[in-house]
Design a protein around this ligand. Structure first.
Ligand SMILES: [Zn+2]
Length: 599
């Protein structure tokens, strides 16, 4: 036992070997056939999945249920094979704090596109990023030195399927455990163990299967029999019924480590992996040509006049803004316009009205689909990341975030006019961060902060700035450990070298930060506010009942937590109807009505 421990300690490795081995055991078919599974499985008469599904009689024995589960899983693999969803993993290394328990000590961020065609492959959005060498190598090198510990980004997204090539009775024993509800969905629960001769890297754990069409909706476990010097993470993988007939892999939570007294292995981390952008168009030239939009060709300006130089300048800026917004959306990095934007816009309106700000064009807001805490603006569009909205404790702190970008717009900082040239939009999605950037010079940052604080003090949020200041303080307390979360990819960093710079002045006037004060909520965990639809990239505010905080350890500011989505069948619940009702009110109290953790 001790020997095993020390070996794990020596080198953890979430490996690609799963892919490699699975392919190796699948001779002939794997490399070239885009659907290797369908080619080898006898049960695979189902070429048109949904049709076949409706033709099949309901299973009457547990054996028939298992057959159906296998069939549905293979169908999902086939259905997803042409797609290239975005995969994001955010990981926090943990250290034991005597008072707060395991808290982040360091963090890492991965963002890429998954290619689900043959084996699961990925390409990264993040390249070099000023670190001088390949990110992965850099990362691995650094972690190895520090923790003797290795991560492979792909390791975290592996568990979207049970077993891509060999999910069948020849490789697995299925043991029915019980029935159980996950959210609104009744499930059959099976424990899966690989057969003795099934080889390395086979799934070991539990699956939940919904009891109508027998799709897997959750997997929880690890992979068995790692090879020497390798290690498979434990994972909890969730799928959502986002389109009719299919349950789409959306979230994976991983966690390793043991902080009990006497445990030898003090290495620990927790990680959230999110997948989205399944329905993104993989833009080919032909694709573009068949989708030419012909709306808004007509010039609808009231009088047919030529543009003055200033009007032309504004038109030009708007063209740049539209180009950028459209390009980011196409790359899966910007959520389509929706209800969350209405909430953000209401806050912006409150700032504008009380400060008598009149702009030639209305300010728009959009949500970046990623986790790192960042904001930027292009033209009159303010963009805030999903992760940042997640961790903000209240509307006042949201106003603080938005006021900084609004100040840039009011001060005329947001030119970005180079993006009005359309050739500048011609880059691969993975090249987004290399080709777009909206960073301001330090002088503009300082001017925007100053203007923002003026605006906040004249706004309805003037009395709510204490919490905003506490947020800055909490961020400052964690900033040295959260450099990956605080690394902006398109806008300015909120913190530089572990010191919060953005709106730092508000922190100085805030009350003292006190983790033990249970009613003082300075920042929320990640993932608590905004829900991202993995299929169409839309975002909505999470509708969750607040859970009372009972100890300082419950606060978990900026932390990664397990996923527990409320499962429901497509079209039965969580429909947008409920969200529109809470959207814009004139004073924008809707922003935190549903998601504040206490009170
Ligand atoms: Zn700025």
């Amino acid at each position: 036992m001790r020997k095993v421990m020390s070996k794990m300690n020596w080198m953890f490795l979430a490996l690609l070997t799963v892919t490699v081995m699975a392919v190796a055991q699948q001779p002939a078919s794997a490399p070239q056939n885009p659907q290797p599974v369908a080619a080898t499985q006898p049960g695979q008469t189902a070429a048109q999945p949904s049709q076949a599904q409706s033709n099949l009689a309901a299973p009457t024995t547990m054996d028939q249920v298992v057959d159906r589960v296998i069939l549905r899983e293979k169908d999902l693999i086939k259905f997803l094979s042409p797609r290239t969803p975005i995969v994001e993993t955010y990981l926090q290394d943990l250290a034991q704090d005597p008072q707060l328990g395991p808290i982040p000590q360091d963090d890492h961020y991965f963002l890429g596109r998954m290619d689900l065609r043959e084996s699961i492959d990925r390409s990264d959005y993040l390249q070099d990023k000023g670190k001088g060498e390949g990110m992965e190598r850099h990362l691995l090198g650094e972690i190895t030195r520090k923790f003797k510990f290795q991560y492979q980004p792909l390791g975290f997204s592996w568990m979207i399927f049970v077993d891509r090539n060999d999910f069948d009775r020849q490789h697995y024993d299925f043991h029915y455990a019980r029935r159980e509800f996950l959210g609104d969905v009744r499930c059959l629960v099976f424990d899966l163990t690989p057969r003795k001769d099934a080889g390395r890297g086979r799934f070991l754990g539990r699956i939940w299967v919904e009891d109508q069409d027998f799709n897997i909706v959750r997997l929880n476990g690890t992979y068995a029999r790692p090879s020497r010097n390798s290690y498979y993470f434990h994972m909890d993988s969730w799928r959502l019924n986002l389109i009719p007939g299919y349950w789409i892999p959306a979230y994976i939570y991983s966690e390793e480590g043991d902080f009990t007294a006497g445990a030898k292995n003090k290495i620990a981390f927790k990680a959230q992996t999110r997948m989205w952008g399944y329905n993104l168009k993989t833009g080919t030239v032909n694709d573009e040509l068949t989708n030419i939009r012909v709306d808004s060709v007509k010039d609808d300006t009231p009088t047919a006049q030529d543009a003055t130089p200033l009007a032309a300048e504004r038109e030009w800026q708007q063209q740049a803004e539209d180009n950028v917004v459209e390009r980011l959306e196409r790359a899966g990095l910007l959520s389509p316009e929706g209800d969350v934007d209405k909430i953000l816009q209401t806050v912006v309106n409150n700032l504008e009205i009380t400060n008598n700000i009149e702009l030639p064009r209305p300010v728009r807001t959009r949500v970046l689909t990623t986790s790192p805490l960042e904001t930027f603006s292009v033209g009159n569009t303010i963009v805030v990341s999903r992760g940042l909205i997640d961790v903000l404790p209240d509307e006042g702190s949201l106003a603080m975030v938005l006021s900084h970008e609004l100040a840039h717009i009011v001060l005329g900082h947001n030119l970005g006019s180079q993006y009005a040239f359309n050739d500048r939009m011609l880059f691969s999605d993975e090249g987004t961060y290399q080709n777009l950037g909206f960073k301001h010079i330090p002088e503009e940052e300082a001017a925007a902060d100053k203007k923002a604080i003026e605006m906040l003090k004249a706004s309805p949020y003037a009395q709510k700035l204490e919490t905003a200041g506490l947020f800055i303080k909490a961020l400052q307390a964690r900033a040295p450990q959260l450099s990956a979360l605080l690394q902006a990819h398109l806008g300015n960093n909120i913190a530089e070298n572990g010191t919060v710079t953005r709106m730092a002045q508000l922190g100085t006037s805030a009350p003292a930060l006190d983790w033990n004060k249970l009613d003082q909520i300075a920042a929320l965990p990640l993932g608590g506010r905004v829900k991202l639809n993995a299929w169409d990239d839309k975002v909505e505010i999470v509708k969750a009942q607040p859970v009372a905080i009972t100890s300082a350890r419950d606060k978990m500011p900026f932390e990664v937590t397990p996923f527990f989505p409320r499962l429901s069948r497509y079209g039965t619940a969580n429909t947008p109807a409920a969200t529109t009702a809470t959207a814009p009110s004139t004073t924008a109290t809707a922003a935190n009505a549903s998601a504040t953790p206490t009170n």
